[in-house]
Design a protein around this ligand. Sequence first.
Ligand code: BG6
Ligand code: MG
Length: 219
Amino acid sequence: MHIKACIFDLDGVIVDTAKYHFLAWKRLTDELGIPFTHEDNERLKGVSRMASLDIILELGGRSVTDKQKIEYATLKNDWYVDYITRMTPDEILPGTVKFLTELRKANIKTAIGSASKNTPMILERTGIKNLFDGIADGNNVKNAKPDPEVFQTAAKLLNVKDEYCVVFEDAVAGVQAALNAGMKSIGIGSEKILWKAHMVVPGLSEMNLEKLKLFEKAN
Ligand code: BG6
Ligand code: MG
């Protein structure tokens, strides 16, 4: 393949907000008396707020009204926002700034492809908005991963064809969304979980331009 753009998921790839999502959902599930483990949480990664709540209610065998759903999702988001308003640039995951800077120097475009409606606040609090040429997130995309819409939107914003894009993802649903878009994907995390990705690295600190060029040749 030929790589013209790299699209990055936000939560769990660029910043370690996955832990805050977990804590906020855990607080809600505790209040509702629904057992909720880290393993259950894997299913929520990359999934939109309302779709995540649906999974949680299904786990607890609960059915509630739409009004209650909105109340629960608002509670969770308020707790989550409480964490992220206190974020600092220290919470940018290791290797991110170095790799993104290297890509841009090499004329490879960069974008965010995230389900989160809180993307603007996170980028603002961590001060890394200027590292991205485009932002596709929960505010300009309707369909949740594994639907490819978020990555297709990012590619359009960058004016790059889908086939020239590589997606960096920590979520099973996100890797699947990249595949559904006809893009190559590099998993961030464990091979056991992200086995569908074309390659898996533990974090962006393990990435550099040279490795990306090798990936380009091999795929
Ligand atoms: C994704 C996270 O990036 O965004 C999910 O992996 C989260 O855990 C989703 O539910 C939606 O985020 P938000 O901030 O709009 O509730
Ligand atoms: Mg993620």
